[in-house]
Design a protein around this ligand. Structure first.
Ligand code: SF4
Length: 148
């Protein structure tokens, strides 16, 4: 069965900054599990950040938390570990959580902590795409399932 990397919070792991998850927003998870082996992964936790943690937003090529601390190193490490896992397991597709500074696929927050979204990608999405791994958002699962 083909393996797919998936943001851990999308399958119910409480890895969000506030200790919760994003499972309830994904009605297609059962159908996905019938066809693929899902590999849950949280770049921010893997990059050394705690649960819970301060929310962070991307600003250019840096990431800051809402207290102004630069956490870019953690985000870069998490992205590299996601890539390492994909390469090790032969994963060619990742489904990541929209708007996250790590996992955002089409949109992220603008770095001002004012709940304003802009076009952009998270650090992990950016690295995986650069290395040729297809990244889709949780909003695109239904369309992805209909491809095959
Ligand atoms: S970094 Fe990605 S997997 Fe981890 S909590 Fe945020 S959106 Fe979910």
């Amino acid at each position: 069965m083909e393996k797919i990397l998936i943001s851990a919070c999308l399958v119910g792991d409480n890895t969000k900054y506030d200790g919760s998850n994003n499972l309830k927003k994904n009605p297609y998870m059962d159908a996905l599990l019938e066809k693929y082996e899902l590999v849950p992964f949280c770049p921010e936790v893997s990059g050394g950040l705690s649960i819970p943690r301060k929310p962070s937003e991307r600003k250019g090529d840096q990431v800051y938390n809402n207290e102004g601390k630069n956490v870019t190193t953690n985000f870069l490490l998490g992205a590299e570990r996601a890539l390492d896992l994909c390469l090790y397991l032969g994963i060619r597709v990742a489904i990541l959580k929209e708007t996250s500074p790590s996992c955002g696929v089409h949109e992220i927050y603008n770095g001002q902590f004012k709940n304003i979204k802009i076009k952009g990608v998270g650090f992990t999405t950016e690295l995986l795409k650069r290395k040729g791994i297809r990244v889709i958002s949780e909003d695109e699962i239904e369309a992805f399932l209909q491809e095959k």
